[in-house]
Design a protein around this ligand. Sequence first.
Ligand SMILES: Cc1cc2nc3c(=O)[nH]c(=O)nc-3n(C[C@H](O)[C@H](O)[C@H](O)COP(=O)(O)O)c2cc1C
Length: 336
Amino acid sequence: MDLTTSYMGLQLRNPVVASAGPLSQSVEGIRSLADGGVGAVVMYSLFEEQLRREAEATALLEDLYDDANAEAMSYFPSVPRSNDDASSAYLRLVEAGAKAIDVPLIASLNGANVGGWTQTARRLQDAGAAGVELNIYFVPGDITVSGAEVEERHLEILSAVKSAVSIPVAVKLSPYFSSVGNMAVQLDAAGADALVLFNRFLQPDIDIDRVSVESGVSLSSPIEGRLPRTWIAVLQGRLNASLAATTGVDTADDVVRYVLAGADVVMTTSSLVRRGPAYAQVLVDGLDRWLTSHEIPLAKARGLLAVPKNAAADAYEREGYVSALEKAKSTYGSLR
Ligand SMILES: Cc1cc2nc3c(=O)[nH]c(=O)nc-3n(C[C@H](O)[C@H](O)[C@H](O)COP(=O)(O)O)c2cc1C
């Protein structure tokens, strides 16, 4: 079965993509993901905070040198503009990683504020990234900030990155907007080449024995795929941007579910961390088997179970909700 896929303007051999995660932190890791069978690799993120710290350190040193006369200069340590800051290391990895694999390598920038850090996208492009995934991880903890301001900030960050590069730009966004679909439409109109649904929020918990807040990144479970799948089913066919699904892929069945909802590509980190990079081929083969046994080409399967174009999506979702609750009441109510 032909599994070739167009994603944010890139041609992929199949729609299973390694999402930003810990396995892409070395050339060997990137190569093993590509050898494992994925259609593309998204690298772990370079963070706005890292870039801002570097910019501040450089500015501080420049101030020091500006003020110093030649004699005083000798008292200063040599300028630590080594190649070992986070961005240089990341750029070197993009360059080496892109050369090491024959599938697209997509770099990832992660931030929440409008600022100079977005210009790093250009350096990622120059280093050989096939695209940039922009993870806008913003938790509006300042409760005076309105929803409109949050949306505006997303659009400004996207515009800054788009104006810096000619390679495609994907936006990985959160599911927590008053109107997720409208945010998606606005990002699409602002030129996003793909939307990655969704960011998985770090939700700290409370340890009642140690009486402390515990945070940590956990691997996902398949049930978490339902939220992104719902929105992919709503958005499919309504945007120019490609749609990438991320969260909750454990087996090839989860990949098939996302494709039927309308995902152009299906990303996974948790399953590859749990089972190793070679598990990607198991997911690809499982998708292939399903398509072959149902005699449906990939292009036909994609979006087969999306919300129909002529349906009012809000009424459609509400109808599903009401009938699900009716069903649940009769199922669980009868246990009493
Ligand atoms: C250990 C770990 C590290 C991650 N690092 C990043 C990262 O650097 N940037 C990013 O955008 N997402 C990162 N993610 C999130 C994943 O890209 C993905 O969106 C999320 O894990 C949900 O997908 P999954 O269910 O396939 O794991 C990370 C996830 C894990 C588990």
